[in-house]
Ligand binder design. Structure first.
Ligand SMILES: Nc1nc2c(c(=O)[nH]1)N[C@H]1C(S)=C(S)[C@@H](COP(=O)(O)OP(=O)(O)OC[C@H]3O[C@@H](n4cnc5c(=O)[nH]c(N)nc54)[C@H](O)[C@@H]3O)O[C@H]1N2
Ligand SMILES: Nc1nc2c(c(=O)[nH]1)N[C@H]1C(S)=C(S)[C@@H](COP(=O)(O)OP(=O)(O)OC[C@H]3O[C@@H](n4cnc5c(=O)[nH]c(N)nc54)[C@H](O)[C@@H]3O)O[C@H]1N2
Ligand code: SF4
Ligand SMILES: [Mo]
Length: 694
């Protein structure tokens, strides 16, 4: 029996799993013992990766839409030539910016990189990813505060912390293995900040159910009181930060009375939180989508960073302002997709970086793309405005997951070329595609992942490929060749070549991994960047900023802040209820295309869209458990859900799991101004019983 150690390609923990294979069949999946992330444990999704091998039904050949609307199977060569000639034709006719791509945080690093190379370096097109829906706010905040998009922690910090603060994060459902590690820390106080009494909040020692999107007000108030009480680590602030004095003046107006009014918490709760932060010796702050997805998300993250910094809770074991990531390779997509920054980091207008990257890929600096991509929302708006005519979607399902998703449905009808590349041919996004590229799932491909604590780990083929089965990497290279790139694909021929090309690009940057080889990563404990040539791995738990030096020009952490803004989309008399959204269960993954093959999940998951309704509010509206309700959104759309009654959501709140397409039918197009990440979690709505008289 063959054993292959590989990486789970669902969530951002990147658990390692041992696949046992006999006669090209997976006979068992065992979470890797001794692996620093998951040490012998995993959740149901990882354990069920063997189920994800049927790929598309029928053959593994591409399909092209015909005039009568049917899809015709063609050879791979024909598929590549068709897409390449359409891309060229559209690019020449309407200009390079009429071509766009939407990628993901679920491909391997090498796949984003080669896509960025073909689409951005060569075609000069725009390519954004679903990481925009997820991590963009953290990226912008990290860059401004730390000088680089660098999550500072190692996951062990949750075990070493005496005060763990979770803000808008529900790891019981979303990162179960990480939750296990928090729970195993018996010496901690657990504080959860979430308007909804989430599964995690129910396990908290201190739960603060603040108003939606009032986290910024809370953290400014907390900062002000910490200063007033002189609970500040002055030595840390003076040595390692800049902008503190200005921040101190700035937060004066955010007094306790303001905090109480804005957050809906009591004076006692806010003061208790302040005392908990002060009395903790190793306080760690962790946030996820409850923070990243908001109309002032970047500044909220920076307020959390500021509080961590002014109390000296950065760079020590058990501390940190720590962004919990979502998808298996969100970190890889951030540093190596060539979308918001150059390969390996650095802005597109940074001449020194341009030259270094150009040299690493064997091009001239002036041949590289000159500016970041337009963001996801601008791509969708550009299609609707008739400016973008070609779209290539890979490994994401925007018809379901995009905010206000009817705008995406509308857009796809206007495209001249719409390529969808997925392991399933029947996801919602394929409905209007003009070309479908079927690809193999993770268990049949190779490359590198980077998890939320910067740990690189390999994906290696567990099963052999069958006839005509291609990986994302090969499909992208196939299109590149058909475009006539020739020598311009040098260094990108295979995933392994690309790994070394990216290594050259990142040399000297914070995410430098020049000390690694493709082979050394295999069967390893993973390696956290930075890992430079000559570095010796002294520990498999490494955090950043232990020396107090940051990646900014003055090497200091920058206090960044701005006034709390009016909510651009407040509840109204007509839409008095807040529509909160997020993950539903451990077994269900996003749009459910991937997890529907897991019988143990599907068998127990609701088939129809359901929604959590507050018991008292339901009673008043004459709604009983399992009744159908209709929710009307401020965005003009409405949808039906099965009501589930609970006291875990508030009187004027509904909670819809994202695993049903109805959810994003109702979210309204609102973004953080700096990151352009959608504000998915607080749309004004109203509801009524279907067939009711309200
Ligand atoms: N089983 C499963 N696991 C997953 C995923 C999945 O689809 N299924 N997806 C993965 C991905 S890509 C991601 S990004 C992560 C997401 O992981 P999480 O962010 O932990 O999950 P969410 O459910 O989106 O949101 C977390 C919480 O934010 C709260 N929230 C809403 N508004 C606010 C607010 O204004 N302030 C605060 N403080 N909290 C608020 C919600 O009530 C919710 O409980 O999960 C990953 N893990
Ligand atoms: N209302 C609301 N909406 C949200 C969120 C929210 O909290 N609230 N969260 C947002 C967040 S954080 C995220 S990350 C997004 C996620 O949204 P999506 O990215 O749209 O969701 P997935 O279902 O993960 O889509 C991945 C697709 O890739 C396919 N796939 C799997 N493996 C491979 C592969 O190897 N190659 C290729 N080519 N395809 C593959 C799967 O079949 C699936 O169709 O949703 C966002 N939408
Ligand atoms: S916790 Fe995340 S990485 Fe680990 S097995 Fe589950 S989905 Fe995979
Ligand atoms: Mo995400």
């Amino acid at each position: 029996m063959k054993k292959v150690q590989s990486t789970c390609n669902y969530c951002a923990l990147d658990c390692n799993l041992d696949f046992y294979v006999e006669n090209d069949e997976i006979v068992k999946v065992v979470p890797t013992k001794g692996y620093p992330v998951n040490d012998g444990f995993s959740c149901i999704k990882g354990l069920s990766l063997d189920k994800q091998q049927s790929v598309v039904k029928g053959s593994n050949l591409p399909r092209i839409r015909q005039e009568d609307g049917s899809m015709k199977e063609v050879s791979w060569e024909e598929g590549f030539n068709h897409v390449a000639s359409k891309l060229k034709e559209i690019s020449e006719k309407y200009g390079p910016e009429s071509v766009a791509g939407i990628s993901t945080g679920q491909l391997v690093m090498e796949e984003f990189a080669v896509l960025g190379h073909v689409m951005r370096n060569y075609l000069k097109a725009n390519v954004d990813g679903n990481t925009r829906l997820c991590m963009a706010s953290a990226v912008v905040a990290h860059k401004q505060s730390f000088g680089f998009d660098a999550p500072p922690f190692t996951m062990q910090d949750a075990e070493l912390s005496d005060t763990v603060v979770l803000i808008g994060a529900n790891p019981v459902v979303a990162q179960p293995i990480f939750w296990g590690r928090i729970r195993n820390n018996k010496n901690k106080k657990l504080i959860v900040i979430d308007p909804r009494k989430s599964e995690t909040a129910k396990n908290a020692d201190y739960y603060y159910g603040l108003n939606w999107k009032s986290d910024l007000a809370l953290f400014y108030t907390v900062a002000n009181i910490l200063i007033e009480k002189d609970y500040v680590n002055h030595e840390y602030v003076e040595k390692y930060t800049s902008g503190y004095e200005e921040f101190k003046e700035f937060v004066k107006k955010y007094d306790l009375a303001y905090g109480v009014k804005a957050t809906g918490l009591t004076e006692e709760q806010i003061m208790e939180f302040v005392e908990l932060i002060h009395s903790g010796e190793r306080v760690s702050f962790w946030w996820t989508m409850g923070v990243n997805q908001g109309y002032e998300a970047v500044r909220t993250i920076q307020a959390i960073i500021n509080v961590a910094a002014m109390t000296g809770n950065i760079g020590r074991p058990g501390t940190g302002a720590n962004s919990i990531t979502g998808q298996c390779n969100a970190m890889g997509s951030r540093a190596y997709s060539n979308t918001a920054g150059l390969f390996g980091g650095g802005d597109f207008d940074n001449q020194a970086r341009r030259e270094a990257v150009a040299k690493a890929i064997g091009w001239e600096a002036d041949e590289l793309v000159t500016k970041p991509t337009i963001p996801y929302n601008a791509i969708v708006e550009g299609i609707n405005a008739g400016e973008i005519k070609a779209l290539w979607v890979l490994c994401t399902n925007p018809r379901h997951s995009w905010i206000n998703n009817e705008t995406f449905a509308e857009a796809t009808k206007k495209l001249e070329l719409f390529v969808v590349q997925d392991i399933y041919d029947d996801i919602e996004s394929t409905e209007d595609c003009t070309v479908f590229f079927p690809v193999v799932p993770g268990i049949k491909k190779e490359g590198t992942y980077i998890n939320m604590e910067r740990r690189m780990s390999p994906m290696r083929p567990v099963l052999e490929r069958k006839e005509n089965e291609l990986s994302d990497y090969e499909v992208i290279v196939g299109v590149g060749k058909a475009l006539g790139m020739g020598d311009k694909l040098k260094g990108f021929e295979t995933a392994k070549d690309c790994f070394y090309t990216m290594q050259r690009c990142a040399k000297g940057m914070p995410c430098d991994f020049s000390g690694l080889t493709w082979e050394a990563l295999e069967n390893s404990k993973g390696v956290q960047w930075p890992f430079r040539e000559g570095d010796v791995l002294e520990s498999d738990q490494r955090r950043l900023f232990e020396d107090g030096k940051f990646y900014t020009a003055d090497q200091k952490l920058h206090f960044v802040f701005e006034d709390v803004r009016e909510n651009p989309l407040p509840t109204t008399e007509e839409f008095p209820v807040v529509f909160n959204t997020g993950r539903g269960t451990v077994g269900q993954w996003h749009t459910q295309s991937r997890t529907r093959e897991i019988e143990a999940v599907c068998g127990v998951s609701a088939k129809e869209a359901y929604i959590l309704v507050n018991t008292e509010a339901a009673k008043e509206a004459g709604i009983n458990e399992n009744d159908k309700i209709r929710v009307y959104s401020i965005n003009g759309h409405n949808a039906e859900f099965i009501a589930r009654l609970t006291d875990d959501v508030r009187y004027n709140e509904l909670y819809a799991p994202i695993h049903y397409i109805e959810c994003n039918k109702l979210t309204a197009s609102l973004y953080d101004p700096y990151s352009k990440e959608p504000s998915y979690k607080a749309t004004p709505v109203r509801f009524e019983k279907v067939g009711g008289n309200k």
